[in-house]
Design a protein around this ligand. Structure first.
Ligand SMILES: [Zn+2]
Length: 171
């Protein structure tokens, strides 16, 4: 999912997410699923922060906020009710660890956690379950214009991934 060039600006504002998601809704099988293909590549290329046994943590390529992480099972399943007890426990543990790492690296003052289920539930990639971990700062609406520069975001995502991956074992 990393390094895919596109013609539109990197967008950080939630109200424009509908436009971005239009392209992601076309994901149907494992072959065109970024959450299945990502782990097959190098961490830096896929923006993977940590690999667990049954699930992994990856930076969202289309973040709501800087440091927006996704916790995904390796298996290509759409629903929270599809995952095993082991996957459920590991996704929960990785979500907690993601919060700890983000706190250490970026000092957010709040978080949004959640899973959107199905296209009707707002899932960008409905075919593959993913838990959002979004760090929040007071007044972070004002943060967006600073980083919303065309071309600057891929490098920024790479830097963010490195910082989070480096901090992961210590948290
Ligand atoms: Zn998948």
């Amino acid at each position: 999912m990393a390094g895919v060039p596109d013609s539109f600006q990197r967008l950080w504002t939630p109200y424009r997410m509908a436009y971005i998601k239009a392209g992601q809704d076309q994901v149907t099988g494992e072959d065109d699923c970024p959450f299945c293909r990502g782990p097959q590549r190098e961490d830096a290329e896929s923006l993977i922060v940590h690999r667990g046994r049954t699930a992994f943590v990856v930076l969202n390529l289309f973040p709501y906020n800087s440091g927006h992480l996704l916790v995904c099972p390796y298996r290509h399943v759409p629903n929270y009710t599809d995952i095993t007890d082991e996957e459920t426990a590991e996704i929960a543990a990785l979500t907690q660890q993601s919060m700890r790492v983000l706190r250490q690296v970026a000092r957010p003052t709040g978080f949004n956690l959640g899973m959107n289920q199905g296209v009707s539930g707002g899932a960008g990639i409905a075919a593959h379950l993913h838990q959002h971990v979004v760090p929040r700062w007071g007044g972070d609406g004002n943060f967006f214009p600073i980083i919303a520069q065309t071309k600057a975001i891929p490098a920024t995502l790479g830097d963010v991934r490195e910082s989070l991956a480096a901090a992961w074992p210590a948290c």
